[in-house]
Design a protein around this ligand. Structure first.
Ligand SMILES: [Zn+2]
Ligand SMILES: [Zn+2]
Length: 469
């Protein structure tokens, strides 16, 4: 094998140095990018038709959804980890390391983990974080188990013959109970729907309306009755949250027309909401004469027949809103059927619930353009492109980046990003024992090869597409 000429060798060294230096510049620029993403996220800049900051990022700059979610997660985490953020901003540690460390770091452990990031390679950091998470998960599992064991309900008679109820539930069971209690309470004590009845309620409040705890107690009894009456059957998922809307035909066609639009329990919903619910629903047409007497009740039909719905799903695959694509979606009539719009493929589009609401209730517009595609518009009439135009980039982006970093006093060279590692073997178990505040006997070496402790990459299947990894 020939040794390279000395001249060529120094050429390659220079090229290597240049790669290292530019990489450090990119890391520093990534820190600034993450700062801006964090601010954009916190101020809700994405909330103009997009489900999340990640969905907006994915649409606007073309990141794949996993990488976009990861960017937002890291940006948020760095908001509470200033030392880590500063090291990235100085180009001293890579985004790949920051991404891994932000999965486990807290204000208390940030300093120690930053030292790991400086000393080790990206692979070392990944190993440490994996071990760290294992210890965290074990501690969490112990905590969850403790809370679950604490659950209990005491029901006992007091001296005066009343019954005392006292108990403790896990967070999720508690949330379920609260929801049920609220629903039962609303049923027993519906909120007034008109100003007049509100006034009447206020006037009678001291005499008639039970206090909030009394209402809750009544709600609990009502829950017990309901459960026993229905043989404790929670029902199929589809039946659990059914909404029935009664709406007058003129209101359905035009929200400005007078007429009723109410839920089964009498609560009024806006005409726009009724139109959305009716877009893709079961429909029963009821005819009344001028005096409100029932003349005819039609058969229940789907507004979008099953065969057409299958074709619609096959064509659209998921929500058609730019950058969305959520697969669980509803059929939307571009021209509402109540206004005479036909139920045909060309007048239908799939929209997820979020975007169906955007179109009916938030003023977003959707139209079929002359090429047969769909055009979405913001409430102000601006079109939302499927793929936004790429921003202008200077002819020499690398030097522009160097200049910007220089102006921000980011001074990097070809060794800024290099870890301190000199080739020693990494003992992850020892490192975790020394570093992790909650490390006990649990060693990642004992981690069983099950889904308890999968490799980090499998937990985050698509965090790639990043500047620096
Ligand atoms: Zn619709
Ligand atoms: Zn959508």
């Amino acid at each position: 094998m020939k040794t390279p000429e000395p001249q060529m060798h120094s050429d390659l060294d220079r090229l290597g140095d240049e790669i290292a230096e530019l990489s450090a510049h990119l890391e520093a620029a990534t820190a600034r990018l993450l700062d801006r993403i964090r601010e954009f996220d916190a101020r809700g800049g994405w909330n103009n038709g997009f489900r999340s900051c990640a969905a907006w990022l994915s649409w606007r700059v073309g990141l794949d959804p996993g990488a976009a979610r990861e960017r937002v997660r890291v940006a948020r985490a760095l908001g509470t980890l200033p030392r880590l953020a500063a090291a990235l901003a100085r180009g001293e540690i890579s985004y790949a390391k920051v991404r891994a460390i932000t999965r486990v770091a807290t204000a208390d452990t940030e300093e120690r983990l930053l030292a790991v990031a400086r000393a080790g390679t990206a692979e070392h950091v990944a190993h440490i974080v994996r071990g760290w998470r294992y210890v965290d998960r074990q501690a969490e599992a112990r905590e969850a188990k403790r809370r679950y064991v604490l659950r209990g309900l005491q029901v006992y008679p007091a001296d005066d013959g009343t019954v005392v109820v006292r108990g403790q539930l896990t967070a999720e069971a508690g949330a379920l109970l609260l929801r049920a209690l609220d629903a039962a309470r609303e049923k027993l004590y519906p909120r007034p729907h008109s100003a007049q009845s509100a006034l009447a309620t206020v006037q009678n409040v001291s005499a008639e309306t039970p206090t909030f705890p009394q209402q809750r107690a009544d709600a609990l009894v009502s829950l017990a009755e309901t459960a026993l009456r229905h043989g404790l059957d929670p029902g199929a998922p589809g039946e659990r949250y059914q909404v029935v809307v009664h709406i007058d035909a003129p209101v359905l066609a035009d929200g400005d027309q007078p007429g009723q639009s109410v839920l089964e329990d009498g609560a009024r919903v806006s005409a726009e909401t009724s139109q959305r619910l009716a877009c893709d629903a079961s429909r029963v047409v009821v005819r009344e004469d001028a005096d409100g007497r029932l003349v005819e009740i039609g058969a229940r039909t789907r507004t979008i027949p099953p065969a057409l719905r299958r074709a619609l799903h096959h064509r659209d695959q998921g929500c058609r809103f730019p950058g969305c694509g959520v697969r669980i979606a509803e059929g939307h009539h571009i021209e509402h059927w109540a206004r005479g719009g036909p139920t045909t493929l060309s007048n239908l589009a799939l929209l997820c619930r979020r975007h169906h609401r955007a179109v009916h209730e938030e003023g977003y517009q959707i139209e079929r353009n002359k090429h047969g595609g769909l055009t979405f518009r913001r409430p102000n009439g601006w079109a939302i492109p499927d793929v936004p135009a790429a921003p202008a980039v200077p002819a020499d982006p690398l030097n522009a980046l160097r200049d910007t970093n220089g102006a921000d006093a980011v001074n990097v060279n070809s060794h800024t990003l290099t870890p301190e590692w000199r080739g020693e073997r990494l003992d992850v178990g020892y490192a975790i024992d020394v570093l992790h505040p909650r490390a006990t006997a649990a060693r990642p070496g004992e981690c069983p090869p099950t889904d308890e402790c999968p490799p980090t990459d499998e937990e985050h299947p698509s965090p790639d597409g990043d500047l620096a990894s």
